[in-house]
Design a protein around this ligand. Sequence first.
Ligand code: AGP
Length: 615
Amino acid sequence: MCGIVGGVTNQNITPLLLEGLKQLEYRGYDSSGLLVLSNNNSFLRARSVGKVHNLEKNLNTRKKRIKGNIGIAHTRWATHGEPSNRNAHPHISNNTVGVVHNGIIENYLELKESQSKQGYKFTSDTDTEVIAHAIEFNMQSSNTFLESVQKAINSFEGAYGLGIISSKHPDTIIAARKGSPLVIGVGKYGNYIASDQIALLPITRKFIFLEEGDIAELKLEKITIYNQNGNKVNRPIKTSKIKEGQVDLGVHKHFMQKEIFEQPQAIRDTLESRITKESVVVSAFGYKASEVFKNVKQVQIIACGTSFNAGLVAKYWLEDIAKIPCNVEIASEYRYRNPIILDRTLFVTISQSGETADTLQALKTAKEINNKIDTLCICNSAESSITRESEFTFLTHAGPEIGVASTKAFTTQLVALALLTCSIGVSKKNINKQNEKSIVDGLKRLPGLINETLLQESQIKKLAVRFKDKNSALFLGRGTMHAIAMEGALKLKEISYIHAEAYPAGELKHGPIALIDESMPVIAIAPNDELLSKLKSNLQEVKTRGSQMIVFEDKESKVKSMKAMKIISITSNLGRITAPIIFTIPLQLLSYHVALIKNTDVDKPRNLAKSVTVE
Ligand code: AGP
C-alpha cells in the first residue's frame, strides 16, 4: 500500500528518490520521507506530512542540502500510528540502520517489548521501527550486513517489502520481499529498488522482479540475489515495454478485455497490506477507523452505475455478516430529495474516478444536512474531488481503467466492501475470529478462482453468437446475485447496445414473465446457496415460456439441463463473499464477446464518458 524507492548510484540520489516518490503518489499517501547517506557516511533524513510536494519544499528550504549516492525513500499510508512526521519512514536505529517498509509486521508488539528490554528507544508508533532495531541488534553478532538482515527477517511474522541502508556499509542497499512487491531496476549509473516499476521508469527499462522470500544486495556495479533458503540465485533481467505515463494494450485487442484479465492482479494489489494471515487490517480504512466503526449505527452507501451495483452487493454483506443496517441509493436521486441522515451514520461513497458529479454533490449535501456523520470513500483515484471531500479514503488499487465499461474497478470495489464489512463486523464484535479468518481465506482465494473462471472464455465466446439478432435480454439472480445480474445487464447495454434488464428471480411472476418468449434470452446466475432451490423453480417458470437460457452455476449447483438451456459450471466451493465477485467474470466476458459480434466501439461506446463530471 505504501511506496518504496531507493538506489545506489554514482550521481546524487536525492532527485531520483523524489521523482520516484512522485510516480508512486497514485497509490495514495499521507506522508513521505527519504534517507540519504552523506559522503562522510552520516544519515540525512527528511520527512513531511501530506503530499510529496511538501517533502520537496522541505528539502528545498533546508540550509544543509541532502546529498549522497545512496538512499531510500517512502510514501506512507498510515495503518500503525497516525500520519505524522515521527511515524513517516524511513525509520532509523542507532544512527546505523535505516529502513523503508511496505507491509505489516504482525508480531511487532512482541518484538517491541523484547527490544525495549534490550534498551532500544522507540521514536514512532509504527510496526516498521522494530525492523530497524532488529537489524541493528543482529549486526553486533554478524559478519556481514546481509547476514544481519537475514537473521532479523527470521524473527518477523507478516508481510514486507524492505529497503535497508547502513552507515557502516555505505556502498550497499539491501532489499527483501515477502508478501509485498519489490522490483530491482538495473541502470546505467547505478542500481535501484522500488515497490512498483513505474517509480523507476524515468531511470531504466531493465528490471529484475524479486520472488517471494528473496533478499538482494545491491552495490553500484553488482547485484546479488539470495532465495529464501539463503542460496545465491539468478533472476532474469526483463526489459519493460511500459511507456512512461502510458498504458498499453499488450496482447489484448481492447482495454476492456485487458482489464477483465487484469482482475486477479488488481485484487491482489487491493488486498495487499489490508489483510494479515487471519485478520483484516481495520486501520487500512484510516487511522481512526476502528473507533468510528465501533460506534457507527448505520451505513448509507451512495454511488452511480457500476459503483452503485457494488453498493447493492455490500448491503447484503453488511446486514447479513456485519449486522449493521445499510441503505444504498443512486447519487442523482439522493442529492435532491432532502434525506434524513441520522447521527452515527457512516456515509460511504463508491466511485472509480472520484469525480462523478452526482456522487460528489450527494456527499456535500449529506455533510450539510448532518455535519456529524463520518464519511468514507472507496475510490480508484488517489487525487480526486471525492477523496478530498471525505474523512476516510480506501483506495482500490485496480490501476488505470481505460475501458468505459467498468470491470476491474467493480471487482476491486467489491473486495474493498468485503473488507469494510469485515472491519465493521470485527470492530462491533459481530464477527468472531473464526469467521474473520474464513472471510480472509476466501479473499485470498479470489485471484486463483478468477484465473480459473477466465479459462471459460472460449465457451462463453461461443454463447455470444446467440445474441447476434436479439434486441433484449433478461438477467436473473437472487440475493447478492440480483446485484450481479444488474451489473451484467448494465455491461451488455453499455457495449452491445442490446436492451437488458435484471430482475430478482422471485419477482418474475409479478410482471416481467410476460416478456418472455423465444426471442428473449434469459441469463441466470445460480450459485450453490440457500436460495438455489427457489431459483431452480424460477428457471422452470422461464423454461416453460420457451426462452433460450444461459445458466452460470457453481459446480455443486447441479441445475437440471432442459431444452435450449446452456449451463456453464464456473467453479466450486464459493462463499457469500467470493460468489458475487466470481460470477461477475462470465458476465463481463459475455458482454465483451457480444459487443465484438455487434462490432461496436467496445472501449468507447456511443454516448458514454468514462467519468461523468456533469449532471
Ligand atoms: C460502468 O461501466 C459505467 N461506465 C458507469 O456506470 C460508472 O460506473 C458510473 O458512471 C460511475 O462512475 P464512478 O465509479 O467513476 O463514480
